[in-house]
Design a protein. Sequence first.
Length: 144
Amino acid sequence: MLQQRLLLQKIVLSLVNLGALTTRTQADVAIQRAGARALLLGKTIWVYGGFSNNLQNPLNTAATLDVSVPWSVGSPAWKERADDPTVAPFSQFGTMFPTTDQTGFYLSDQYGGTNKTYGMAKFDATNYKWTILPVSNFSVLPPR
């Protein structure tokens, strides 16, 4: 119980410090982001989208942290990911939730310009592939 509590405290502290991501062990620098969303998928924290500058240009990349491997709170081993970049949606704010089988996640309210502001996409974390799901660009209320 104590180990789980300590791990949870480390995860929370790491998410609080997400705006100041540190270097990972391979010496790459993870992108600082704001307006992103996060979830725990298996034993990996995924942080997707957001923006990285004052111009608020949206991102279509993720940062991951494997919490099953020991890491330092002072310098967690975040990995910057750019999976399937020609399909990956640019996204900021919005919603992110896991698939029922915990093998991927869905994004909604992705950013993609004037005609693609609202959308839905699914990421397969086993094969690292994106699928853009069809949506309408307006709501239709059912008849009364």
